[in-house]
Design a protein around this ligand. Structure first.
Ligand code: ATP
Length: 346
C-alpha cells in the first residue's frame, strides 16, 4: 500500500488546460474520490496516475518515488474502467488470469488459486467457467475488479465503474466495492460525476472544477461546509443568497432587505459582502427565528419527503418538507443551519 501525491501537476492538450496546478496527498489505504462535472479533468488525473499520459508540469509520487517515465505496467496499479473492457472470447477465469500477465500471483501460489481467491472476494464463487456475455452488468464489473486486483496492486484506480449500471445495482455494487477496499486496505482513487455517490463511498473527496481542485475534505465537511460557491452549488441542493452583514450581536445579514441571524463564530464585520448557503432541509415550514414568506410554485414527492419549489423576491428557493404545501407559506431557518461563504477567515 502506498501514499500517492501530486505536486503542482498540470496537463495541457494543445490549447486545452485539462488540469491546472493540482496538488493532492492521497493517504495510504484511503478511498479518495475525484468528483466534478463532465470535462473537469477527472479522467485526465486518473490517466496521469496510471501512466497513460505524462504531466505537462509537476510531479507524481507513489510512496515517495517520482513515477515520471514509469510505464503503466510497472506502476503497480490496478484499473477498472466504465465499460468493463472484458475479453468476450475468454471465460471469466481467463479474464481474471489476464490480470496476471505481467506478474506472478502474489504470495507465490498458482494462477488458478489466485483466480478463485479473487472470484470469492468479488462474490462470484464458481462462476469462472462462464462467458462474460452470460453475466449481468454488475457481475461483469466485478470481474473487471477481480482482474485489476489479481496482481495485488498497491493502488486501485476506478473510472466511473458504475455509470453503466441501473440505480439499484449501482447502490449494491458500491457497498461491495467499499467492503472489498476496506478488506484489502488498498489506496483507491475513484472518479465519478455523481456527487451523491462520492459522498456515500469516500473517506475524502476532491471536488474538481475546470481543471482545478476547489476543496479536499471528508464528505460531511464538503456537504456542510463547502469551501467555495461552486462546491456549495454542485454537492447537493443549495440555496445561495448574496447579502451584506448589517449587525453584530447577533451577527445579522441582510438579503434584499430580509434579515437573517447567522451562527455565532462566523468571522465577519458589518459591511462585509457574504454568500449565505441554505440547504433545503435547513428551511422548515412555519418555524425558525429568521423567516421568509415564499410562494410555493411546484411540489415534488420524493418518497421520504417533499421538495417545494418556491419563489421569494423573484428568486427560486428549494425547501424540503415533511408535508406538501401550496400558496404563500412562511419558512424559517435556525442560525446553526446556515453556512456562510466569503466571510473573512472562512
Ligand atoms: P467526463 O466526466 O466527461 O469523463 P472528465 O472530468 O473526466 O469528464 P477529462 O476527460 O479529464 O474530463 O477531460 C478534461 C478536458 O481535457 C476536457 O476539456 C477534454 O475535452 C480535454 N481532453 C481530454 N483528453 C483529451 C485529448 N486526448 N485531447 C484533447 N483534449 C482532451
Amino acid at each position: 500500500m502506498v501514499e500517492v501525491t501530486l505536486e503542482g501537476v498540470s496537463k495541457a492538450y494543445g490549447t486545452t488546460d485539462a488540469l491546472v496546478d493540482v496538488s493532492l496527498e492521497i493517504r495510504d489505504g484511503e478511498f479518495f474520490t475525484l468528483v466534478g462535472p463532465s470535462g473537469c479533468g477527472k479522467t485526465t488525473t486518473l490517466r496521469l496516475l496510471a501512466g497513460f499520459e505524462e504531466p505537462t508540469a509537476g510531479t507524481i509520487r507513489f510512496g515517495g518515488d517520482d513515477v515520471a517515465g514509469v510505464p503503466p505496467e510497472d506502476r503497480d496499479v490496478g484499473i477498472v474502467f466504465q465499460n468493463y473492457a472484458l475479453f468476450p472470447t475468454m471465460t471469466v477465469a481467463e479474464n481474471v488470469a489476464y490480470g496476471l500477465r505481467f506478474r506472478e500471483p502474489p504470495g507465490g501460489g498458482s494462477t488458478e488459486d489466485r483466480v478463485s481467491e479473487l472470484l470469492d472476494l468479488v462474490d462470484l464463487t464458481g462462476m469462472g467457467d462462464r462467458d462474460p456475455d452470460a453475466l449481468s452488468g454488475g457481475q461483469r464489473q466485478r470481474v473487471a475488479l477481480a482482474r485489476a486486483l489479481a496482481p495485488g496492486p498497491s493502488v486501485l484506480l476506478l473510472d466511473e465503474p458504475m455509470s453503466a449500471l441501473d440505480a439499484r445495482l449501482r447502490e449494491r455494487l458500491r457497498v461491495q466495492v467499499t467492503e472489498i477496499q476496506e478488506t484489502l486496505d488498498i489506496t483507491t482513487v475513484y472518479v465519478t460525476h455523481d456527487q451523491a455517490e462520492a459522498l456515500a463511498i469516500s473517506d475524502r473527496v476532491a471536488v474538481v472544477n475546470d481543471g482545478r481542485i476547489e476543496q479536499v475534505a471528508d464528505p460531511e465537511t464538503v456537504y456542510r461546509q463547502p469551501a467555495t460557491r461552486f462546491v456549495a452549488g454542485f454537492v447537493g441542493d443549495n440555496n445561495l443568497l448574496d447579502g451584506e452583514i448589517v449587525g453584530r450581536d447577533p451577527l445579522t445579514v441582510a438579503v434584499d432587505g430580509q434579515r437573517l441571524v447567522l451562527p455565532a463564530g462566523v468571522d465577519a464585520a458589518v459591511g462585509d459582502r457574504v454568500t449565505v448557503c441554505l440547504r433545503p432541509e435547513a428551511l422548515s415550514v412555519g418555524g425558525g427565528p429568521s423567516r421568509f414568506e415564499v410562494e410555493v410554485e411546484h411540489v415534488e414527492f420524493l418518497g421520504d419527503a417533499y421538495r417545494l419549489h418556491c419563489t421569494w423576491q423573484g428568486r427560486s428557493l428549494l425547501v424540503k418538507s415533511g408535508s406538501p404545501a401550496s400558496g404563500t407559506v412562511t419558512v424559517g431557518v435556525e442560525p446553526g443551519a446556515i453556512h456562510v461563504l466569503d466571510a473573512a477567515g472562512d
